[in-house]
Design a protein around this ligand. Structure first.
Ligand SMILES: *Cc1c(COP(=O)(O)O)cnc(C)c1O
Length: 230
């Protein structure tokens, strides 16, 4: 697996998608999703200039974060149980996957202990898929209103994991819907809530996501190869 070559190719594709949609490439950040891959893979990507990584499992993240020496920005992108939030305090720059009030409350509590404000995204389940986490689009506004009352939280935007469809074009309406939702939520003007970040797009559909406004693309397989399980 030539991680450096994969990263170079993806950066070229990101630039091309930005050119097509007349966007500044500096407004799109690549989150290298290293879940299930060893610390050595993270180090190889770091050597190639990649400094932002996404992890999905708390225990695995803690071990890996300890093993990687250089300063890295970690994002937590997986389903998060409230009882594990305490392990993430101060170690992750952004949590992409907040989808319920109880989780927001626990994040606020843990970051308060550190005297800091947690930055987070709200995960939206756009297709109402039973198997996936994420707040239903209709419940988004009530959730944001509740989160806005909590101290030590700053909501920065939305995240979605739309249905996997072979044709990336078929996913475009979901990306567009997430962007529209962000606009609607921004207009509410809630305290501590901005909608600057749209976390959407993975290995096979990130170009379309960028055309629809993604500011964070979460890419694993195209950088590190197939996941072999945990
Ligand atoms: C694993 C994962 C990704 C990366 O998916 P790839 O198809 O490997 O690029 C992105 N987002 C989330 C939430 C994930 O769990």
């Amino acid at each position: 697996m030539d991680i450096a070559a994969n990263l170079a190719r993806i950066r070229t594709d990101i630039d091309a998608a930005c050119a097509r949609s007349k966007r500044d490439p500096a407004t799109v950040r690549l989150v290298a999703v290293s879940k299930t891959h060893p610390a050595a893979a993270v180090t190889a990507a770091l050597t190639a200039g990649q400094t932002l990584f996404g992890e999905s499992y708390v225990q695995e993240f803690l071990v890996k974060a300890d093993a990687v020496a250089a300063p890295v920005e970690w994002h937590f992108i997986g389903h998060l149980q409230s009882n594990k939030v305490k392990y993430l305090g101060g170690k992750v720059a952004l949590i992409h996957s907040v989808d319920r009030l109880s989780l927001g409350e626990e994040i606020s509590r843990q970051w308060q202990k550190l005297g800091r404000t947690a930055e987070l995204l709200i995960e939206v389940n756009l297709a109402g898929e039973e198997s996936k986490s994420g707040v239903d689009a209709r419940e988004l506004e009530p959730l944001l209103r509740q989160l806005a009352t909590l101290p030590n939280l700053a909501v920065r935007g939305l995240m979605a994991l739309p249905p996997y469809l072979d044709d990336p074009e078929a996913v475009r309406p979901y990306f567009r819907r997430l962007r529209e939702l962000a606009g609607e939520m921004e207009a509410l003007g809630l305290p501590g809530v901005t909608m600057r970040e749209l976390s959407m797009g993975m290995s096979h559909d990130f170009a379309v996501a960028i055309e629809e406004g993604a500011t964070l693309v979460r890419i694993g397989t195209a950088i590190f190869g197939e996941r072999t399980g945990r």
